[in-house]
Design a protein around this ligand. Structure first.
Ligand code: F6R
Length: 243
């Protein structure tokens, strides 16, 4: 694993943006895997900045987000569809039909999962997947105990994850109980992975990811087995790493 320590959140975001922009400039029809949450917000700001400066175009790019809540409509401001449009897609030249998220607002969730997985394959697979990490080691919404062989599937959200995400909702009762997420195997099939980690509260999780045993009890530990992972951690998140 390639570990890059950034001074702070801004530098972490700038470095991640550089990787993505280089990828898109070298391969204009790149397939990018994207994440939501607090961590990549700065990355998306940097991308918009570079797009506005004319450094990059997303006209031919396809994106696939890691996950989406079940039962929230696209215009619900807590849906990941809304988040992505608000924080990135509406500000760059990506084609709407090329910006994909799992469909969590449908009668047939199983079918939505299958379709999502095949759309990724049809697009040629993911060139670079952006990841964050949860305090319990989740990646996407793959909570502890998820099979390493999992593909896109429906999950019951952990109480700790619902609590952590309650800050975006009026109350914890409004946080959906289920989500659709790419599976661990779907994530591991990406040709390159960039994991962003920021803040002292993530230091322990990052240390476990890097040095801990590879176990389904801590999903992110599987990344030790991926051939091309870059971790960009800010100063506080890297505090427990000895490298
Ligand atoms: C989001 C996602 C999650 C987050 C993780 C960290 O699409 O897949 O795994 O990356 O929960 O969230 P933040 O960045 O809010 O700490």
């Amino acid at each position: 694993m390639n570990i890059i320590k950034a001074e702070n959140y801004k530098e972490m975001s700038q470095l991640a943006a550089k990787y993505l922009i280089k990828q898109v400039n070298e391969k204009p029809n790149s397939v990018l895997g994207l994440a939501t949450g607090s961590t990549p917000e700065g990355l998306y700001k940097e991308i918009i900045h570079h797009y506005t400066e004319g450094d990059v175009s997303f006209k031919e790019v396809a994106t696939f987000n890691l996950d989406e809540y079940v039962g929230l409509s696209k215009d619900n401001d807590q849906s990941y569809y809304y988040y992505m449009h608000n924080l990135l897609f509406d500000h760059i030249d990506i084609k709407d039909e090329q910006a994909n998220l799992p469909n969590g607002n449908t009668e047939n969730l199983q079918e939505a999962c299958k379709q999502y997985e095949s759309s990724i394959q049809e697009a040629g697979g993911i060139d670079i997947q952006i990841l964050g990490i949860g305090l319990n080691g989740h990646i996407g919404f793959n909570e502890p105990g998820t099979s390493f062989a999992s593909q896109t599937h429906i999950v019951e959200l952990d109480e700790s994850t619902r609590k952590a995400n309650a800050r975006f909702f009026d109350s914890i009762d409004d946080v959906p109980a289920q989500a659709i997420t790419m599976g661990i195997d779907s994530i591991m099939q990406s040709r390159q992975i960039i994991l962003l980690v920021s803040g002292s509260q993530k230091a322990e999780a990052l240390e476990k990811l890097v040095n801990g045993p590879i176990t389904e009890k801590f999903p992110a530990s599987i990344l030790q087995k991926h051939a091309n992972v870059t971790i960009i951690a800010d100063h506080d998140a890297a505090a427990k790493l000895s490298v």
